[in-house]
Design a protein. Structure first.
Length: 247
């Protein structure tokens, strides 16, 4: 039996993302959901997710706003975390920009704490911590791990990603899972809805509006595909939470 932590990221980024993620939990194989505290659709995410059973919710630490047309900023006032924001108060677009420009680790960790507090105040039970855009690499990993220890959270980096996994083709995903070792591995997706005015504006560089939307809608289809669901129901794949995998 292959042990997989199926994780759906970016809850709170849009209404359509929230609905799609809920579908991957109820109709599919997802048991872990990363929630963005600065996301513009956090309130609806909280309404949809707070009463789910058998699911781990995660603080999806967000210190960047990568899209050209849709931006978000810190939970804390921008004046309290000046090294993390642009002149308009939104987050910088890439972790690499923070690294190159220089930033305050203390400001970053204050924002992380504020994000956790906001999620908990929204009625969400937070079980683990992971990183939007893998932001920990810029010099935060040790502090994030220490933070998790203090707050009783699983640090997502403790469970490795499944190398070569992708969530655009269910046959390819099943093949990759079947070749994995018996140790727990993480498969990450970003589910989306077929129609979502906000996500349609998620563009980067030369992307056209709707490209990200179509890709993320396919993530949702794969995670709810009967072939993948049957593999879990038949016991060929064990869908795990982070807390289960970290034991």
């Amino acid at each position: 039996m292959k042990k997989i932590v199926f994780r759906a990221d970016d809850a709170g980024s849009s209404e359509g993302a929230n609905i799609a993620i809920l579908r991957t939990v109820r109709e599919g194989v997802v048991r872990n959901v990363g929630v963005m505290a600065p996301g513009p659709a956090l309130s609806s995410a909280a309404e949809l997710l707070r009463d789910l059973e058998g699911v781990n919710l995660g603080l999806h630490v967000t210190l960047n706003a990568e899209w050209d047309r849709v931006k978000w900023g810190p939970v804390l006032p921008a004046a309290e975390v000046p090294s993390l924001v642009e002149v308009d108060g939104s987050f910088t677009s890439e972790p690499a920009t923070l690294k190159e420009r220089g930033f305050s680790v203390d400001e970053a960790m204050a924002e992380v704490a504020a994000q956790l507090a906001k999620l908990r105040e929204s009625g969400l039970r937070i079980d683990y911590l992971d990183e939007h855009m893998g932001v920990g690499w810029i010099g935060l990993v040790d502090r994030l791990e220490e933070f998790c220890s203090k707050k009783g959270l699983v640090f997502a980096r403790r469970v490795p990603f499944l190398e070569g996994s992708q969530t655009q083709d269910v046959s390819a995903l099943l093949e990759t899972i079947s070749a994995a070792s018996d140790a727990p591995h993480v498969v990450v997706a970003h589910p989306g809805s077929d129609v979502d005015p906000t996500m349609r504006q998620f563009t980067l560089g030369g992307m056209q509006p709707g490209e990200v939307l179509r890709e993320r809608a396919q993530d949702r289809r794969v995670l709810t595909d009967p072939r993948l669901v049957d593999a879990v129901r038949q016991g060929r794949i064990l869908s795990m939470t982070y807390r289960e995998a970290a034991q």
